[in-house]
Design a protein around this ligand. Structure first.
Ligand SMILES: [Fe+2]
Length: 304
């Protein structure tokens, strides 16, 4: 039998200290829809027909709380569980109450080797009766669908262990860059995919203060990226990496500080994933380092 695989990054949970700043940023700049179900400790961000793609917990952690990887249904969840058992990873089957809290029909909870809380779920709630309504006027939509909500660069202490774990969940991919570091060492970050999005998870840029370095989301229209870029520049939000194209996903992107200090990468025009591995020593163009101290002080422009 073919190996079972997760199919997309379905949702994430984040913790924030400044809920008002996050509401304004995510909705008025990025364009997400605010969903407030009257719960005191959280609100939701919507990007498409799902009830939400991001749960914002207003408990002050200013970090990633959990990642939710989707499988098709209960049979596929059982198959993933069997793969975790065979590889020696422990997990917990969540209760019906926990599934209801995530607005899914079933899930497992575990941690990845870097200690990042990880959930494997099926059956997310869709709220099609309420069409997606962006938080600010948009020309297009967020690129989600079968490509999931985006990608994350996560903290890992042991890249080999992380690679084995994500392979067990069905991901493909590998090292896609060799990059010179200021101390003379070479960074060899790993990028892994589980659908057409070029990568859904990445790791391997050394020690990080938070679980997450950045979340990347993609617009279907270039003009929506341009509007977000204008607003971020007008508000003088720190830009860690200027507009440019990575050689691997070839999306036009830039990186800036979210209200929690970790980065969001907004993009447009990424290419689809390929199972045939290649590696690069530089980016296609741009991505110059501007504001430092965000864990992305990596020179991407010199392939000498
Ligand atoms: Fe990225």
């Amino acid at each position: 039998m073919d190996k079972a695989s997760v199919t997309e990054l379905g949702y994430i949970g984040i913790s924030v200290s400044d809920a008002a700043a996050w509401r304004d940023y995510a909705c008025c700049i990025v364009g997400m829809e605010l969903v407030d179900d009257g719960e005191e400790d959280r609100f939701y961000l919507r990007m498409d027909g799902w009830h939400h793609r991001i749960v914002v917990h207003t408990n002050g952690g200013d970090d990633l709380e959990y990642l939710g990887w989707r499988v098709d249904g209960p049979n596929e969840l059982d198959a993933i569980a069997a793969q975790l058992d065979a590889a020696g990873y422990s997990y917990r089957v969540a209760s019906a109450e926990e599934a209801a809290e995530r607005r899914v029909l079933g899930l497992l909870k575990l941690e990845d080797p870097g200690g990042n809380p990880t959930e494997i779920f099926w059956g997310p709630e869709q709220t099609l009766r309420r069409p997606f309504h962006p938080g600010r006027p948009m020309h297009g939509r967020f690129l989600t669908g079968s490509q999931g909500l985006g990608h994350c660069l996560l903290r890992q202490d042991d890249d080999e262990a992380a690679y084995r774990f994500y392979r067990t969940l069905g991901f493909k991919g590998g090292v896609e860059y060799h990059l010179p570091l200021p101390d003379g060492a070479t960074a060899k970050p790993t990028f892994m995919h589980c659908n057409d999005r070029q990568h859904a998870v990445a790791f391997g840029l050394g020690p990080m203060p938070k679980r997450i370095n950045h979340l990347m989301i993609e617009y279907t229209e270039l003009d929506d990226l341009g509007i977000a870029h204008d607003m971020i520049r007008e508000r003088q939000i720190p830009v860690a990496m200027q507009l440019g194209k990575h050689s691997n996903d070839q999306a036009l992107t830039f990186y800036h500080a979210s209200p929690s200090g970790w980065l969001w990468e907004l993009g447009w025009g990424g290419v689809k994933s390929s199972d045939q591995l290649v590696y690069y020593k530089a980016d296609l163009f741009g991505h110059g380092i501007e504001a430092s101290g965000f864990g992305l002080d990596v020179e991407l422009g010199d392939d000498g």
